[in-house]
Design a protein around this ligand. Structure first.
Ligand code: PEP
Ligand code: MN
Length: 354
């Protein structure tokens, strides 16, 4: 249920209602909007709970939350959530671009990429240090050494760091180095991991599982929000279908659909979503046109020799072209790519690079 307070409800009336909700054995979650405060009452509803809350001081209405997810729902919070972590701003009008290699491979590789993506206007650097690989014989990542290289890249460029965490035991370690913890597609329903990042004090990028429904994605987000972490970004990264011309199928209707259902920002990953570098820029542009709040793009200085996902990684020139195109589209759909000005801007002609 949602307890909607009157616009002029006092702090003591809000506190009183929180106590009432908790006295009924429910959990309370306060959302302060620009107009009024609402309190979500979460848990199994018993007996006359709705009726008894309705008569509380300063209460305008008590309404049921129809969606199975509660704190993630637009019914509970109508204003879009913006996640701001250092140089990265995603949501509520800001379009943040996270770029970098699939895996951190070496000091030169990550520093060269960091400098180049920053110059092209990215808001954050991505790079996997703990890699969940389909085959146990594939490169598994540099682990803590990779995290140290990411932290060095942040030190030099000021870019926020986004990196994956694959198990609950590693959450503290990864949170020590990273600004945003990525939950990979394979772990979307690893509920102990979701609970662990719910309490880690860092923003989270939650990727959709390739076979998960949108409702399951939102329920997974709910685990993180319930841990007290409001800084959750959802990521559409493609789903498994019968189609084989792309690595996964990238359903962009997810973007406007999620915007109807949740206040959380929506990031699109056109790299894993297509699996082919030559499709990435067009699908990134389409994602921005569909209203995405962010992009996460694999970029490598030498994709041919990458240790993972080289075939879907853009080289530096291709990434610059992507940024130019996405900036133009963002402007047309009322979004601002953050940071607003790449530093210093590099002249690149989309026509010659594509
Ligand atoms: C990645 O971002 O490199 C990755 C492994 O992504 P996903 O979990 O979406 O497959
Ligand atoms: Mn990858």
């Amino acid at each position: 249920m949602i307890v909607v307070m009157e616009p002029n409800a006092t702090p003591s009336q809000i506190e009183h209602m929180v106590r009432q909700i908790e006295g009924l054995g429910l959990r309370s979650h306060i959302i302060r909007g620009t107009e009024r405060t609402v309190i979500a009452a979460i848990g199994e509803k018993r007996g006359q709970a709705k009726e008894s809350l309705e008569t509380g001081p300063g209460v305008a209405a008590v309404v049921p939350i129809l969606a199975p997810y509660k704190v993630a729902s637009r019914e509970v919070k109508s204003e879009p959530t913006s996640v701001v972590v250092g140089s990265l701003a995603v949501g509520a009008g800001a379009l943040g671009v996270i770029a970098g290699p699939c895996s951190v491979e070496s000091e030169t590789q990550i520093l060269d990429t960091a400098r180049a993506v920053k110059q092209a206007g990215a808001g954050a650097l991505r790079g996997g240090a703990f890699k969940p690989r389909t085959s146990p014989y594939s490169f598994q990542g540099l682990k803590e050494e990779g995290l140290k290289l990411l932290a060095a890249a942040r030190e030099e460029t000021g870019l926020a760091i986004v990196t994956e965490v694959v198990s609950p035991e590693d959450v503290d370690l990864v949170a020590r180095y990273a600004d945003v913890l990525q939950i990979g597609a394979r772990n979307m329903q690893n509920y102990r991991l979701l609970e662990a990042v719910g309490g880690c004090g860092r923003a989270v990028l939650l990727k959709r599982g390739p076979s998960a429904t949108i409702e399951e994605l939102l329920l997974a987000a709910e685990y993180i929000l319930n841990g007290g972490n409001p800084n959750v970004m959802l990521c559409e990264r493609g789903i498994r279908t019968f189609e084989s011309h792309t690595r996964f199928t990238l359903p962009l209707a997810t973007v406007p659909y999620l915007h109807r259902k949740t206040h959380l920002p929506v990031v699109v990953d056109p790299s894993h979503g297509t699996g082919h570098s030559y499709l990435v820029t067009d699908m990134a542009a389409a994602a921005v046109a569909a209203g995405a709040d962010g992009l996460i793009v694999e970029v490598h200085p030498d994709p041919e020799n990458a240790l993972s996902d080289g075939y879907q990684s853009l080289n530096i020139d291709q990434f610059r072209a992507l940024m130019i195109r996405c900036r133009a589209i963002a402007e047309a759909v009322g979004r601002v790519v953050e940071p607003a000005e790449p530093s210093p801007f590099i002249e690149a002609s989309v026509a010659t690079i594509r």
